[in-house]
Design a binder for this molecule. Structure first.
Ligand code: SF4
Length: 267
């Protein structure tokens, strides 16, 4: 990954896609609300937030855009000093995550997510993988949700979920297609770095590159390589993804395993 092409920005066509992304999130919000009326409701333990996610740049862009919006809303409400404190604290937490010695590129770590602070600080615009966990996928043993007689939770599936996840993939694809290839917008990346690439100026990104482990600067090229549990269950087939990769001049880099609980994020 070239650092010179790591500084990113949001343009007006992106904002239209973010609106459509939010509509796809609405479908998961609806399902989540339904589930929270059942015995399998999320208990908000935060245990699933002990992770260092890798997500596509599209969702990093959406999070960064909303953080900036939040900054201006705080400024309007409480003044610039308070808004600056919010932004500095947000950036500091993201930068700190770039020094996580325990993080491995499957997302495992001993730390909480950079956005976790007694709850998700980006809840309204958190990525799809967080919404999908336990809502349309099974959960890991650490999750304290109630279990059914088979030791699992009941989660939602079926064609509406498939449509939502394929729409999500379609939006990543459209976002990627709207950018110059080579500008590092179409990749799956460590989320703190992806968000920082919209928030930090060039020089600070360069400094970060000098000071941090190369493991954080590895990416998987292409939306088709965003292969996580929910995209495997409901998204496009491997053959479709392989063809999209071929058309884009890239390779599929994921290596699926049958026991999907083994892998949280792949690249
Ligand atoms: S983005 Fe929010 S919900 Fe997702 S892992 Fe981070 S803190 Fe948890």
């Amino acid at each position: 990954m070239s650092t010179s092409k790591m500084r990113h920005s949001v343009d007006s066509s992106d904002i239209a896609l973010f609106g459509q992304l939010d509509m796809v999130y609405n479908q998961l919000r609806f399902v989540e609300a339904e589930q929270n009326n059942t015995q399998f409701a999320c208990k908000s333990s935060g245990r699933c937030c002990k992770i260092g996610l890798r997500v596509h740049m599209f969702e990093c862009a959406n999070i960064a855009y909303n953080i900036r919006q939040q900054y201006y809303l705080i400024m309007e409400d409480k003044g610039k000093e308070t808004a600056d404190k919010y932004m500095n604290a947000t950036v500091d937490r993201l930068v700190d995550a770039m020094f996580d010695k325990d993080w491995t590129d499957d997302g495992k770590t001993t730390r909480f997510c950079a956005f976790y602070d007694n709850g998700c600080t980006v809840y309204g615009y958190r990525p799809m993988v967080c919404r999908a966990f336990g809502t349309v996928t099974h959960v890991d043993d650490y999750c304290p949700r109630e279990r059914n007689e088979h030791g699992h939770i009941d989660y939602y599936s079926g064609s509406p979920i498939e449509e939502a996840i394929k729409s999500f993939q379609g939006l990543m694809q459209r976002y990627a297609a709207s950018k110059d290839s080579g500008d590092n917008y179409d990749m799956v990346i460590y989320m703190p770095l992806g968000v920082l690439s919209f928030l930090l100026p060039d020089e600070q990104l360069g400094e970060l590159y000098q000071k941090t482990d190369s493991k954080f600067w590895m990416s998987a090229e292409g939306w088709f390589n965003y292969r996580v549990h929910f995209t495997k269950l409901y998204g496009y087939d491997k053959e479709v993804l392989a063809q999209a990769a071929k058309d884009a001049g890239h390779d599929i880099v994921f290596d699926d395993v049958e026991d999907e609980t083994l892998v949280e994020i792949e690249r």
